[in-house]
Design a protein around this ligand. Structure first.
Ligand code: ADP
Length: 399
């Protein structure tokens, strides 16, 4: 039996099909630029002889419906999913579950309605997820479908961590609070870290750092999220590719007053033109390193600010947790960028964090420990796998 994981965005659908026995990936890929004349289907699968195959095709694809139909047709012709009866369940990534969803949830009319009601909290994401869910229900009638929320893992945060110090009514009447995101990734690497440490997850205290284009840090106590850096939206916290992260809210007032910016301009500025991009003109960390090599002062400063912010969060979460077993790096930057890890951990020896630089710089992509043998707090690099986590949570939810 197989499980299909879908991540529907506003103009794209990403998918992965897993064989439940052994959790191997049978097929994966994406359709991007939905709604345009040159939408791109990228499809990878393992053929009958066990060989990996890949297909890239440009087509006009008008809608999410057409895109998913195209994926299903491809799954059938390649034999990845020869018959729909092989499909045990479909798992949908949903960014925002608000306060309603603490666990992966079997989709029915009420759940769909609740996701719809959360659109004001995630205006870009939830409508696209709903599109994907409705189309999948049509294409796979009778197959159980599960919503796996990015926010769910963080629903264990105490009020002291999730409430903002603003008037109570804004929380009660308008749901203004910290929700946190990347929950699937933090949960996945957290469980893998516990396994590497030989501990049970529910007895592990961890600081997990998901550093991709979006970036967030989470404090995990006994397997539960107790604080996280992203807030009501993914804008808060760490420096990101194009998002500013933490900033004095009065900066917004200043921009409104003195530069006469409206809310759309400020949204663009802080979400799309800030972060690494705003600081040095590029948001790709590899390019930032290339520029640093050539003596680019702005790129050097961007990396410096990125690592300084990260270090502050590690310190804060060590204080929140009191006792930390491991710090975990994941995401494109966390998994691949040894220099970011070195700069971030530099000077934290007195806090029990000491790297083994040879291990840190070793050319390997697998899960590994990069702390010195006698470092009281272990430092781990763990490639994230949100799709696998969604697949496993989906199967668990279906029972
Ligand atoms: P997304 O959040 O879009 O899924 P990723 O997790 O793929 O992003 O991370 C993207 C970031 O990872 C980019 O800044 C990219 O430059 C960085 N990255 C990827 N590979 C490397 C590498 N080998 N060294 C340093 N940074 C890398």
């Amino acid at each position: 039996m197989k499980v299909l994981v879908l991540n529907a965005g506003s103009s794209s659908i990403k998918f992965q099909l897993f064989e439940i026995a052994g959790w191997s990936v049978v097929a994966s890929g994406s359709i991007s630029r939905i709604g345009e004349d040159d939408a791109l289907l990228n499809f990878r699968w393992v053929d009958g002889k066990g060989q990996s195959q890949q297909l890239d095709q440009h087509h006009p694809i008008a809608s999410h419906q057409a895109a998913l139909e195209r994926v299903v047709a491809q799954l059938r012709t390649t034999g990845a999913l020869a018959d729909l009866t092989e499909l045990h369940a479909v798992g949908h990534r949903v960014v925002h579950g608000g306060e309603a969803f603490h666990v992966p949830t079997l989709l029915d009319e009420d759940v769909i309605d609740a996701i719809r009601q959360m659109i004001p909290l995630a205006p870009l994401h939830n409508p696209a997820h709903l599109d994907g869910i409705l189309v999948a229900r049509e294409l796979f009638p009778g197959v159980p479908q599960v919503a796996v929320f990015d926010t769910a893992f963080h629903q264990t945060m105490p009020r002291t961590a999730y409430r903002y110090a603003i008037p109570d009514a804004l929380y009660r009447e308008h749901q203004v609070r910290r929700y946190g995101f990347h929950g699937t990734s933090h949960a996945y690497v957290g469980k893998r870290a516990a396994a590497m440490l030989g501990r049970s997850f529910d007895r592990s205290n961890l600081i997990t750092l998901h550093l991709g284009n979006g970036a967030s840090a989470t404090a995990i106590r006994n397997g539960s999220s107790v604080d996280t850096s992203m807030g009501m939206t993914p804008l808060e916290g760490l420096v990101m590719g194009t998002r500013c992260g933490d900033i004095d809210p009065a900066v917004l007032l200043y921009l409104m007053q003195h530069l006469e910016m409206d809310h759309q301009q400020i949204d663009q500025l802080l979400n799309r033109q800030s972060g690494l991009l705003g600081l040095c003109g590029v948001n790709d960390m590899r390019e930032i390193h290339r520029r640093i090599e050539t003596g680019d002062a702005k790129a050097e400063l961007a990396l410096g600010i990125f690592c300084h912010r990260l270090k502050k969060y590690i310190g804060a979460y060590m204080a929140v947790l009191g006792d930390v077993h491991a710090v975990v790096f994941t995401g494109g930057i966390g998994e691949n960028d040894a220099e970011t890890r070195t700069r971030t951990c530099a000077g934290l020896e007195r806090m029990g964090i000491e790297l083994d630089e040879a291990a840190n710089y070793a050319e390997t992509r697998s899960e590994r420990m990069i702390s010195a043998a006698d470092s009281p707090v272990k430092v781990l690099v763990i490639p994230t796998n949100e799709e696998l986590e969604i697949a496993q949570q989906t199967v668990e939810a279906v029972g």
